[in-house]
Design a protein around this ligand. Structure first.
Ligand SMILES: C[S@@+](CC[C@H](N)C(=O)[O-])C[C@H]1O[C@@H](n2cnc3c(N)ncnc32)[C@H](O)[C@@H]1O
Length: 298
């Protein structure tokens, strides 16, 4: 497996992000999910008059972004925080209003191809924390929550119809010995889901269960519910909110939140999808969906 330093996360839908954020005239932009810094770099390159305030709750992402964005000097400020803390970040930065905020949600290639327990394909400790200052890990969730709660999480955040059976099997197995690694969990799910539904297909049967546990561990939906409306409050008139999601549950949530924002015009009736050319070059972009809104009154 490549070390996380060798992994590259190609930013998705860069052209669309730059257009919807309307960075051409310059201004202050918040990249709420800095990751490898690819979108921030594109914002900074799109006009000499742009500044970026970057946020990520993953320390490794912060380290990479600092390096990548170094050439832009004081046009960039970087914060190790959750985007639900955008108010604190902007206060620390002494900024009252911004021209645009980008959320490129979910995990990065660094997570999926690294060694922190996000993958169903490699033997790794069950961790899945984006922010390692946090205490709760995937191992705690799998070994400590009740069968009912586990079933609820796997059903709700993974849309997994075998959720109850999977939860029952997890609880049965953990009585024999704690479930400690990604492959131990992946195998339990494999044993529950009928083979005819997954053998010979590319998608691993445990992907939905892993997604669900990851969302729970990182409180991803609570972060979105808190972070997007907070970010919207800091936009100037004509400021733009751009959100990229990677699965339908997340997209549905973002759609609902955008609709509920007062004084905003939705710019994307339907979510924008990546071009075929982009998907050909970067298959991971396949499920990306972009929604954007503009603040029309203050
Ligand atoms: C899809 S990646 C972003 C990739 C980035 N746009 C790029 O061009 O490299 C998502 C990033 O968001 C971070 N993240 C996810 N949820 C977060 C949250 N609630 N607060 C701060 N960062 C978060 C993850 O740690 C990850 O680095």
């Amino acid at each position: 497996m490549p070390s996380s330093k060798e992994i590259y996360h190609p930013p998705v839908m860069v052209k669309e992000v730059i257009e919807f954020l309307n960075t051409e005239k310059g201004g202050i932009f918040v990249d709420a999910t800095l990751g490898g810094g690819g979108h921030s770099e594109a914002i900074l390159k799109s006009s000499p008059n742009t500044k970026v305030i970057g946020i990520d709750r993953d320390e490794e992402a912060i380290e990479r972004a600092i390096k990548r964005l170094e050439p832009f000097g004081d046009r960039v400020s970087i914060y190790h925080a959750a985007f639900s803390q955008i108010d604190e970040v902007l206060e620390a930065e002494g900024v009252e209003q911004v021209d645009g905020v980008l959320f490129d949600l979910g995990v990065s290639h660094f997570h999926l191809r690294g060694d922190r327990g996000f993958t169903v394909w490699e033997e790794q400790p069950l961790d899945m924390r984006m922010d390692r200052r946090q205490k709760l890990t995937a191992k705690d969730v799998v070994n400590e929550l009740s069968e009912k709660k586990l079933a609820e999480i796997i059903y709700r955040y993974g849309e997994e119809k075998f959720a109850r059976k999977i939860a029952r099997e997890i609880v049965r197995r953990r009585k024999q010995k704690p479930i400690e690694t990604t492959l131990e969990l992946a195998k339990i799910v494999e044993e529950v889901i009928p083979k005819k539904l997954w053998v010979g297909r590319k998608k691993h049967p445990a992907i939905k269960t892993f997604q669900a546990i990851r969302i729970y561990v990182n409180k991803e939906f609570e972060e979105i519910e808190e972070g997007i409306p907070k970010a919207a409050n800091f936009l100037k008139k004509n400021g733009r909110l751009v959100v990229i999601t990677f699965h339908s549950l997340e997209d549905g949530l973002v759609k609902k939140i955008m609709k509920s924002l007062e004084g905003f015009k939705i710019l994307t009736k339907k979510p924008i999808e990546p071009t075929e050319e982009e998907v050909r070059k970067n298959p991971a972009a396949r499920s990306a969906r972009l929604r954007a809104a503009e603040k029309v009154s203050t």
